[in-house]
Design a protein around this ligand. Structure first.
Ligand code: NAP
Length: 248
C-alpha cells in the first residue's frame, strides 16, 4: 500500500492542468482527495473519475478560493468528515496580464485575491488542524517568475513572490509542531493557462529553456508528491524550481 493511503489531501484548483495532475499523483487506494474549482464542473468530474480509477476517493467542489467564507466552509467540512488534514496544496491560480501603466486595479486585486489571499486563507484553516495533530504538509505552487520577474505580469509576479514569502514565514512558524511548508516553482508548463500563447511566443519561451522543451503537469506533480513524502520530512521553507534550467 502507498504511503499516502488513508491520508486526507486537499488541492485547490483541481479541475485541470497542474492541480489535476497533483490529484492524480496522490491517488491510491485509501487516499481521500478533496479539491475545488472555480467554474469547470466537467473538468472536476473528469478529475474525480481519474482519482477513482486509481483507487482513491475524489471529491471536487465549486469553491472560490478568494472567498473567506467559502474556503472556511470547504476546509472545515473536509476536516470534520475525515478527522484531519495531512496535505494542503495551494495550486489555484489565474493571470490578468498587462503592462503596469495599463493594469487595472481590478486586475491587480483579482490576481492577488486568488493566487495569494486564497493560499493564506486555506493555510490558516489547514494550520489549525495540523497544529492540533502535530503533523502536516503545506505546498504552495509559486512560479519561476516569482523569482526571476517578468514584464507584463506585475500582479502575477508579486503574488507568486508573495507566496514564496508566505512559505518561508509559515515554515518557521509551524516547524516546531512537525509541519513543513514548501513551494514548487514551475517554469513553462503546457496547460490551459499557457495555451493562449502564439506559436512565436511559444518558440521564444522554449528558446530560453536549456532542456529545450516545456515541462509537463506530471513533472510538477511529482515534485509536489516528493515534498509531501516521508523522504522530504527534513525539507522546509524551500522553493523547489522545476523549470528545465530556465532560471537558476
Ligand atoms: P489552469 O490550467 O488555468 O488551472 C487553474 C486551476 O485553478 C483550475 O482548476 C481553476 O478552476 C482553478 N481556479 C482558478 N481560479 C479559482 C478560484 N477563484 N477559486 C478556485 N479555483 C480557481 O492553470 P495551471 O497552468 O494548471 O496552473 C496551476 C498553478 O500553477 C497556478 O497557480 C499557476 O499560477 C501555476 N503555474 C503555472 C505555470 C504554467 O506554465 N502553466 C507556470 C508556473 C506556475 P476552473 O477550471 O474552474 O477555472
Amino acid at each position: 500500500m502507498s504511503e499516502h493511503s488513508h491520508k486526507t489531501i486537499v488541492v485547490t484548483g483541481g479541475s485541470k492542468g497542474i492541480g489535476r495532475a497533483v490529484c492524480e499523483a496522490f491517488s491510491a487506494p485509501g487516499a481521500r482527495i478533496f479539491f475545488n474549482y472555480a467554474t469547470d464542473a466537467a473538468g472536476a468530474a473528469e478529475t474525480e473519475r481519474r482519482i477513482t480509477a486509481a483507487g482513491g476517493t475524489g471529491k471536487g467542489v465549486q469553491v472560490d478560493v478568494s472567498s473567506e467564507d467559502e474556503v472556511k466552509a470547504f476546509l472545515d467540512g473536509v476536516i470534520k468528515e475525515t478527522g484531519g488534514l495531512d496535505v494542503l496544496v495551494n495550486n489555484a491560480g489565474i493571470t490578468r496580464d498587462g503592462l503596469i501603466v495599463r493594469m487595472k486595479t481590478s486586475d491587480w486585486d483579482a490576481v492577488m485575491d486568488v493566487n495569494l489571499k486564497g493560499a493564506f486563507q486555506a493555510s490558516k484553516i489547514a494550520a489549525k488542524a495540523m497544529l492540533k495533530q502535530r503533523s502536516g504538509r503545506i505546498i504552495n505552487i509559486s512560479s519561476v517568475v516569482g523569482a526571476s520577474g517578468n514584464p507584463g505580469q506585475a500582479n502575477y509576479v508579486a503574488a507568486k513572490a508573495g507566496l514564496i514569502g508566505l512559505t518561508k514565514a509559515l515554515a518557521k512558524e509551524l516547524a516546531s509542531r512537525g509541519i513543513t511548508v514548501n513551494a514548487v516553482a514551475p517554469g513553462y508548463i503546457e496547460t490551459d493557462m499557457t495555451a493562449a500563447m502564439t506559436d512565436a511566443q511559444r518558440e521564444a519561451m522554449i528558446a530560453q529553456i536549456p532542456l529545450g522543451r516545456p515541462g509537463t503537469s506530471r513533472e510538477i506533480a511529482a515534485a509536489v508528491r516528493f515534498l509531501a513524502s516521508e523522504e522530504a520530512a527534513y525539507i522546509t521553507g524551500h522553493v523547489l524550481h522545476v523549470n528545465g534550467g530556465m532560471y537558476m
